[in-house]
Structure formats: structure tokens, C-alpha cells
Design a protein around this ligand. Structure first.
Ligand SMILES: N[C@@H](CCC[C@H](N)C(=O)O)C(=O)O
Length: 294
């Protein structure tokens, strides 16, 4: 019997995702299938995959079902599972709104990093919507690591946004090199589950630019949790920690794929705002599906 699976394609500041709507959690998505779908030449192509499931239908989300009807089962491009994806939540929310599951305005989304509160502004004529996500608080583990590219190395700040980040301030984003392979982060024991690595330069007051190498996906054109980690690192470096000053601090973070606005509040809560766009929708063909089945 032939099976066809609906998909959409979307992006948030050019961090792009294959979206698989599956309310009843009926689609088997082993890592091999996710990696094949995210393949840019032989598949649909994406930095990751957003599996859209009702929380009540997923064992990892049932406990959140009363608070958040929908669960973002996020996967990296290599098929690995990640705790959280900031750009993914924005695109996920925009998908729910476009599909008529929710109205523009406020909603809650269940993620492996807990329930995230989201505000969707009305979409513009081209279908892009500004979406704000309450990302929760960053934690700053004490153990620090060094990031190396070629002959250069930098101390990094260990910032956890639900997922792990190493933030390095550099003189020039070109010093990050081609980022075709993960930059060594040592000692490796600091990040036993791997790490997302951000390279950051200053652009002006409370304004930075970054590149990122994402765990499980390679260099991407944007990373929401990475931008939050960078804003937190910059605020600590600039003596603008809101918990100390009692004043919210906002950083503009430029990425290759666009700009994100990150605000950290005195209680540590972090808001991230940026665009979310649905680009295409279609059907995965059964004959191709058969070639990628485990
Ligand atoms: N692009 C995402 C982060 C996705 C997960 C990351 N690669 C990891 O493994 O932690 C974002 O926008 O936050």
C-alpha cells in the first residue's frame, strides 16, 4: 500500500525546516528518514525537521498536554534529537496559525525544553509573521571551554538555553573559517552531549553579529537559541546583566539570514523576536519514501 506524507517547508531568519504535520503521532520518523528528508540534494532540504504532534499523542509531551496542545518534536538535520530550537518554535507557531489550529495572538508550545509561550503577530501580505517566543532563562554552567579554528583559539562562555552553547567573541567573523566541520571545543568533557558554537563580533552599542556551527546541522544561517546565548554573553561582558542592573536589556543580533531581537528581563526571562515564514507545501512520494525506509 502506498503511503504519502504531507510536508511543508518554512524558515525563521533562513534557519530552514521541513515541517511534518502528524497530529496523532502516526508517522515513524527514525533518524535515517529525518536525515534523508533534510538532505539538500537528495531530499527536501533543511537545517532541521519540525514534527508537529498533539502533546497528548507523544510520550515525551503528555505531561505538558494540559498547558500546551501541540508538541514540537524537533530533530537536527542529521536526525539527532535536540532539546530546543528557538527559530523552530517561531516557524512551528506560524504553521499552526496558517493551518487554522490556532489564531494569531498568544499560544503555548510544548518542547523538550518545557512549555514556551509564543506571541504571533498578524502575517504580512507575503505570509511572514513576526513571532515572539518567551525562551525562559539561560543557565551558565561553571565549566568553561576553549574554541579553536586553525591557529586561533578563544575562551568561550558556556550558556545553556535548554541546549548547550559555547560563545566566543572574535575580532572578525571570517576567523571562524569555513565551518565545514565542527570547530574543536576543549576539553570535550565540558559538553558531553556536543555543543552549538557561536562566533561573535560587535557592530555597535547592544548590537552584535554572529555565525554559528550547530550541533547536528553544521553552519546555519541563523540559530535562535544561539542568538539568545550570545545576547546573554554580551550583556555579562558589557556589565549589563539585568539581574544586577534591574533593567531589561535588548540586543540586536545580526545573523547571515536576518536579524533577531533579544530582550533579557531582570528575572532572567528572555524574549526572542523574529520573522517566521512558510514557503511551500507538498507531499512526500511513496516511491522515494521506500528508498529511505529503515
Ligand atoms: N537552530 C536552532 C537550534 C537547533 C538545535 C541545535 N542544533 C542543537 O542541537 O542544540 C535554534 O534556532 O535554536
Amino acid at each position: 500500500m502506498s503511503t504519502r506524507i504531507a510536508f511543508l517547508k518554512g524558515h525563521g531568519t533562513e534557519n530552514d525546516f521541513v515541517i511534518v504535520p502528524d497530529p496523532d503521532n502516526a508517522v515513524d520518523l527514525p533518524a535515517t528518514a529525518v536525515a534523508a528528508l533534510c538532505d539538500r540534494r537528495a531530499g527536501i532540504g533543511g537545517d532541521g525537521l519540525l514534527h508537529v504532534v498533539r502533546s497528548a499523542a507523544h510520550s515525551e509531551a503528555q505531561a505538558m498536554a494540559a498547558e500546551a496542545e501541540w508538541f514540537m518534536d524537533y530533530r537536527n538535520a542529521d536526525g539527532s534529537i535536540a532539546e530546543m530550537c528557538g527559530n523552530g518554535v517561531r516557524v512551528f507557531a506560524r504553521y499552526l496559525q496558517r493551518a487554522g489550529h490556532v489564531e494569531a495572538g498568544d499560544l503555548a508550545v510544548a518542547t523538550r525544553g518545557g512549555v514556551k509561550r509564543v506571541h504571533i503577530a498578524k502575517a504580512d501580505a507575503r505570509g511572514a509573521a513576526e513571532v515572539t517566543v518567551s525562551m525562559g532563562r539561560a543557565t551558565l554552567p561553571e565549566e568553561q571551554a576553549t574554541v579553536t579554528v586553525g591557529e586561533r583559539n578563544w575562551p568561550s562562555l558556556n550558556v545553556n538555553m535548554g541546549n548547550p552553547h559555547a560563545v566566543a567573541f572574535v575580532d572578525d567573523l571570517a576567523h571562524a573559517g569555513d565551518l565545514y566541520t565542527p570547530p574543536p571545543v576543549t576539553p570535550a568533557t565540558v559538553y558531553p552531549d556536543g555543543v552549538n558554537v557561536e562566533f561573535v563580533v560587535d557592530r555597535g552599542p547592544r548590537h552584535v553579529a554572529m555565525r554559528v556551527h550547530e550541533r547536528g546541522s553544521g553552519e546555519t544561517r541563523s540559530c535562535g537559541t544561539g542568538a539568545c546565548a550570545v545576547a546573554v554573553a554580551a550583556a555579562r561582558r558589557d556589565g549589563a546583566d539585568p539581574a544586577v542592573t534591574g533593567t531589561p536589556v535588548t540586543y540586536t543580533v545580526d545573523l547571515p539570514g536576518g536579524t533577531l531581537t533579544i530582550t533579557e528581563h531582570p528575572d532572567g526571562a528572555i524574549d526572542m523576536t523574529g520573522a517566521a515564514v512558510i514557503v511551500a507545501e507538498g507531499e512526500i512520494t511513496s516511491e522515494w519514501l521506500e528508498t529511505i525506509s529503515v
